[in-house]
Design a protein around this ligand. Sequence first.
Ligand code: SF4
Length: 575
Amino acid sequence: MDRTQLLNKLWEYQHEFGYISKNAISKISKSLQVSNIEIESVISFYHFFHKQPTGKNIIYLNNNIISELKGFEDIKTTFEKETGCNFNEQGNDEFSLFETSCIGLNDQEPAALINFLPFTDLTPKKVKLIIQKIKNGENLKDFASKTKSKIQYTPKEDKTVLFRPYVMGKSIKEGLKYSSQEVIDKITKSKLLGLGGAFFPAGYKWQSCKNNVDDIKYIICNADEGEPGTFKDRAILQHVPGLLYEGMILAGYATGAKEGIIYLRAEYLYLLPELEKLLEEFYSKNLLGKNILGVEGYDFDIRYQIGAGSYVCGAASALIESMEGRRGEPPVRMWSATKHGFKHKPTVVNNVETLAYASRIIELGEDFFLSLGTEESPGTKLISISGDVAKPGIYEIEYGTSFKELLGIEMSQATAPYFLQVSGPSGDCINSSEFDRKICKEDLLCGGALMVFNRNRDILQIFRNFMEFFKEESCGVCTPCRAGNFILTEKVKKIQRGLCSQEDLDDIKQWGKIIKLSSRCGLGKTSPNSLMMAIDKFPDYFNIKIAPSNEDQHVEFDMENAIHEFDSIIKDTQL
Ligand code: SF4
């Protein structure tokens, strides 16, 4: 057994005992030949591993902005009152309560995970009932929520790509009519982009992996969508998971990889039984395993690796670190994964949506895909919409669709939209003068999340939530990201308190530039984006915040408290 088993070992103890004791750490240390101190440092990195005993029922309440706007505080207070414990403390024998970032249920907020089962659309009344049932000894599985998101929209006239009826094995059978190189050529010709947020052309990645000759190669599916507001991959996993498996199998055929691993975020653990059942069906129909569909030497296996709660692990390099049993910190030296990936072997890392589209492109043909969307962005795209809309949920749209259309009566039916956050907190914000902009490479790409806020929402409340999120999720290895996101959070709080001057807004832009330029990974490089943009795009709003009357009120910035908070963050991030 090697170190790549570390996360699985930790999960065994976490699930059985609710925490990972010193004794457990010693046992794991012996079996994997990893030092105790290293194991402790790994445990401390992930939100869902605990070193202190917890109650029998661990509750994680989502604190992202949509939850906050839909009643998070009331729900939090009710949980505390009903369980007799406070959030983010050890709890009692029965319960432990923790806040957590987005759990991929933005269309059903406020939402929580209780022992990793979902409970959605929470109200204080519902929380009381849930806790009562738990105290009565009822089985959580019997009253957990159904989470399958509604597919609110697909293109008409048979232009739907993903959410058309699925026939098991169809794309694999179609792919086998071609050579491995022809399969890659089809994906390249289709211009399919990586849809996890980086938008790197999928065909180039497959080609690069194929070109790196090695007996062992891997296909890794990144099913760790952690960008707040994103739940499109969950929709694929719940509606058409077979497309994901077939995309991986085809990627294996094309590149020569024989093993596929799906890194599934622990927030989606409740999906695993159904997904594994389907996996068995694939094996029983010889769509997985040895000599797939009778083709000699065409072998491919798929297994799951469960993450443990870390936003930064959504980045491919950090995800590989995590799979290798380390803290999910992006490494200093970035190799291309297609050359030196998992276990230093050529590896393709694609996200769920990319692989599902790859499967459909082979099944339907690249010409069909190219006939949809725009010149540079052919095909369709999934968007998860949440916030101030009448119809939150999943939208499969043709590339080139405008935000105005997305917000309109035919689609999400937004109510007085004012501020849109595109691609989650690390993406772009846009104002009403930009609603004609289109989702496509020629204009603005969207990673898959669209959060809609109406005129009554406070922009600073939104940014305080975003910046707290980045402060919490920064892995801490580089100072500009660790300290910079802290400073930006304090600046936002200062503006909220009405103590802001033009100098503070200039500071935010200066700090933002420093963080973006000098951070190691995507988190730091993108975290200040939206706040910096908002200052320019919502001048009326920010001008009110720096009105002369505010400048007259001279109240000192609470530096002592800020330093104290900063120190505690540093302690938390130390090994
Ligand atoms: Fe960690 Fe932030 Fe540096 Fe990324 S930018 S490596 S999250 S400290």
